[in-house]
Design a binder for this molecule. Structure first.
Ligand code: IMP
Length: 198
């Protein structure tokens, strides 16, 4: 087993990440800390800022940032997903989508750091926005997101089902694969879809 510290205030994310990394022999310690969320144009920029803010934590450290992107709303709420949900909940999205295509996708960028080395890993899941909130599982936008090929929302599905296909699980499985391959910051990680940031 190897250890990794996941830094976030979100227990739902910590649970998902621990479950996904366990089969890779990675034990996840959750470190509850508020991280900066700068107003940035991309998830990658937010993740870079979060990694800067966890430099004091030793060992392997993981942070991530995710968003719900709705192409018919020009990608909104996207990088503003957290702010939007806190203030408005789901109502305005349902209203705006009454006359627009309901396609949407979740995207996660996971950032892994150890000392001065870092790498980023991306995961996405495509689907559509439901006509009303359904289900009590998960968190955030889970009750309004129906993944392609499903007839229920993430909110109606048990954690294992969401982890099978979710944006976060896909990004974090790349992290697990890179760690299990022994070179999470090296050529192996890059060739598997990691973006090296320095
Ligand atoms: P952040 O990554 O914590 O900034 O998340 C942005 C927003 O998207 C927050 O409101 C989260 O609740 C929401 N969010 C992130 N990941 C998920 C997910 O897996 N399902 C549903 N909502 C999510």
């Amino acid at each position: 087993m190897s250890d990794l510290t996941f830094v976030s205030t979100n227990p739902g994310k910590a649970r998902e990440i621990a479950a996904v990394l366990e089969p890779f022999g990675v034990r996840v310690k959750w470190y509850r800390r508020e991280l900066p969320e700068p107003q940035a144009a991309t998830l990658e920029e937010v993740v870079a800022a979060k990694l800067d803010a966890v430099r004091d934590i030793s060992g392997r450290v993981l942070v991530e940032d995710s968003g719900l992107f709705i192409p018919s709303l020009r990608g909104f709420p996207g990088v503003y997903s957290a702010h939007f949900l806190r203030i408005w909940k789901f109502g305005p999205i349902f209203e705006l989508l009454e006359s627009r295509p309901r396609r949407a996708y979740f995207r996660t960028v996971a950032g892994l750091q150890e000392g001065r080395r870092r790498a980023m890993f991306v995961g996405e899941v495509r689907g559509s926005i439901s006509d009303r909130a359904r289900g009590r599982h998960g968190f955030g936008y889970d009750p309004i997101f129906i993944p392609d090929g499903w007839d229920r929302t993430f909110g109606e599905a048990p954690a294992e089902a969401k982890n099978g296909i979710s944006h976060r699980a896909r990004a974090v499985r790349k992290v697990g694969t890179a760690i299990a391959g022994g070179r999470p910051f090296g050529a192996t990680a890059r060739s598997r879809g990691a973006l090296k940031t320095r």
